[in-house]
Design a protein around this ligand. Structure first.
Ligand SMILES: [Zn+2]
Length: 130
C-alpha cells in the first residue's frame, strides 16, 4: 500500500464528488426528458427485434446513459476505495497506482495493465448494447 497525502486525498474526493453529482444530474435530465427511468443499461440477452424498433435518438441517449453510469460507477468505486483506505492501490493486483496516473485520472481504481486487461475483456460494455 502506498502512502497518499491527506491533502491530495481531500482534493481528489471533492473533485470526484462534484463530478459524480454533475453526471447524476445529467443522467437525470436524460431520463426525465423521456418521462421514464426505463433507459438504464439492460442486462445482456433480450430480443434483437426489440432493438431494431428503437430509434437512433433513443440509442444515442441510451449510449450516453451507459457512459454516464459506468463513469459514475468508477467514481463510486474510487470513493469507496478511499473509505477503505485503499485508494491508490490497484483493486485487481494490489500494486500501487503511479501518482502521475492518479493525478491524470482521479477515479482510477486499476493500474494501467489491469485497466487495459479489463478494457480488452469489455466487461462493462456487455451491459450496453446501444
Ligand atoms: Zn493492477
Amino acid at each position: 500500500m502506498q502512502k497518499i497525502e491527506d491533502k491530495f486525498l481531500t482534493k481528489v474526493r471533492m473533485r470526484l464528488e462534484q463530478e459524480q453529482a454533475g453526471k447524476l444530474r445529467k443522467a437525470e435530465g436524460l431520463t426525465r426528458c423521456r418521462g421514464t427511468t426505463e433507459c438504464v443499461p439492460e442486462p445482456p440477452g433480450g430480443d434483437e427485434a426489440d432493438m431494431a424498433v428503437v430509434s437512433i435518438e433513443e440509442r444515442l441517449e441510451h449510449l450516453e446513459l451507459c457512459r454516464i453510469s459506468s463513469s459514475v460507477r468508477s467514481i463510486e468505486a474510487a470513493l469507496l476505495a478511499m473509505e477503505l483506505g485503499r485508494y491508490g492501490d490497484c483493486l485487481r493486483c494490489n500494486e500501487p497506482i503511479p501518482p502521475r496516473r492518479l493525478r491524470a485520472i482521479p477515479a482510477a481504481i486499476l493500474c494501467r495493465q489491469c485497466q487495459e486487461a479489463a478494457e480488452a475483456g469489455r466487461e462493462e460494455r456487455a451491459w450496453c448494447r446501444a
